[in-house]
Write a protein that binds this ligand. Structure first.
Ligand code: SAM
Length: 344
């Protein structure tokens, strides 16, 4: 157990309940505040899943010693170490990687015998640390996966109070408060990135990937959980075949679609889910309102989306310019489209 480590507005402390580190606010933090902007300790570029481990081995071998030492300090919980012992695929891949490359030590000698064994064991631990603590950089890992010192100490909640997002313009992972946070409150992120899934779906994903049984209010309080189900059913899920599986009637008009999207906005706001999903839904509302010919409503939703986007990711959004993806460009596109003047 280490003494608390202060990092600006937050500190890292040992949490006895879960026998690992956690991050706490050291002062009250207003919604929209940038709590941290971290540079990665390591980035693994986007590669097909089968090549991930060998790419990680390459990157860790090239990484500065200081960064490797910081990565080795990150959590490797007993559960993961136990699982890793039985994970013959990882072990064999790391062995195969070292053998095929015939790595040299700092004196230029090929690694052999005990030295080779030690290097392999260390890399296996680092691989497992990476599995538990890494985060996708950009949507679907567009910029790869990264490890970050502070982010790695943040625990999960399906009712998160911060949003993490990799900013390719800054080349940093930013953490913003999505609600007001009181001094002493624990900082929680959403590991699964889609907190509107049903409780069963979240539980499955959280346990399988991180061995977590979540005790947040959405997982333990029936009234909060009940709010999640209709939110999920009225379209929070991006999953393919969603409507087919859940028997959701297909909407045929912009007006019907707008009603569903507005319902979803209402449900997310009631749960303080000031998330990227809410941004997306506000955009849907704006599009459907436009489709329905209600330009003012479309503008209002677009403005609301822009305000929310700024509070989640900040204003350094040059990377969104290329494909005009940001809320700013959507708002500008509505403003520059002349409204239809009706002649009587
Ligand atoms: C990225 S680390 C988070 C920080 C971690 N507590 C540490 O000490 O570094 C992920 C691990 O933290 C633990 N964890 C995260 N959120 C949790 C939660 N809500 N309840 C229990 N354990 C959690 C799990 O063991 C998970 O595998």
């Amino acid at each position: 157990m280490n003494p608390p480590k202060s990092q600006g507005m937050v500190e890292i402390r040992w949490l006895k309940d879960i026998e690992s580190d956690a991050v706490f606010a050291t002062k009250s933090i207003r919604r929209g505040t940038r709590i941290a902007a971290e540079v990665p300790l390591i980035i693994v570029p986007p590669v097909p899943r089968d090549d991930e481990l060998s790419t990680f081995c390459e990157e860790i071998y090239k990484a500065p010693e200081d960064n490797v030492a910081k990565i080795a300090e990150l959590s490797l919980l007993p559960l993961i170490r136990e699982r890793a012992k039985k994970d013959h695929c990882t072990n064999q891949e790391v062995w195969a990687f070292y053998k095929s490359k015939r790595w040299k030590d700092s004196q230029g000698n090929f690694l052999r015998g005990k030295k080779l064994h030690k290097a392999i064991m260390k890399t296996m631990d680092l691989c497992n640390i990476f599995r538990v603590n890494s985060v996708y950089l950009g949507p679907e890992g567009k910029y790869g996966s990264g490890l970050f010192s502070l982010y790695s100490r943040m625990n999960h909640s399906c009712v998160p109070n911060v949003h993490n997002s990799y900013n390719p313009t800054l080349k940093q992972l930013t953490i913003h408060a999505i609600n007001d946070i009181k001094t002493g409150e624990q900082i929680f992120v959403d590991y699964i990135g889609n907190a509107c899934r049903t409780r069963q779906q979240r539980a499955f994903h959280l346990y399988n990937t991180w061995g977590i049984t979540c005790k947040c209010e959405a997982c333990t309080q029936p009234q909060v959980n009940r709010l999640r189900c209709p939110a999920y059913e009225c379209g929070a899920s991006k999953e393919v075949n969603f409507s087919a599986i859940h028997n959701i009637p297909r909407v045929s008009t912009a007006a019907e679609a707008l009603t569903i999207a507005e319902e979803l906005v209402y449900l997310m706001k009631r749960q303080n889910l000031n998330s990227v999903e809410l941004c997306r839904t506000l955009r849907e509302c704006s599009k459907y309102a436009l489709g329905k010919g209600d330009r003012n409503r479309a503008l209002n939703y677009a403005r609301e989306e822009l305000k929310l986007e700024k509070s989640l990711i900040g204003t350094e959004t040059d990377h969104l310019k290329k494909h005009l993806r940001g809320a700013k460009y959507w708002l500008e596109s509505i403003i520059s489209t002349p409204s239809i003047v009706r002649r009587h």
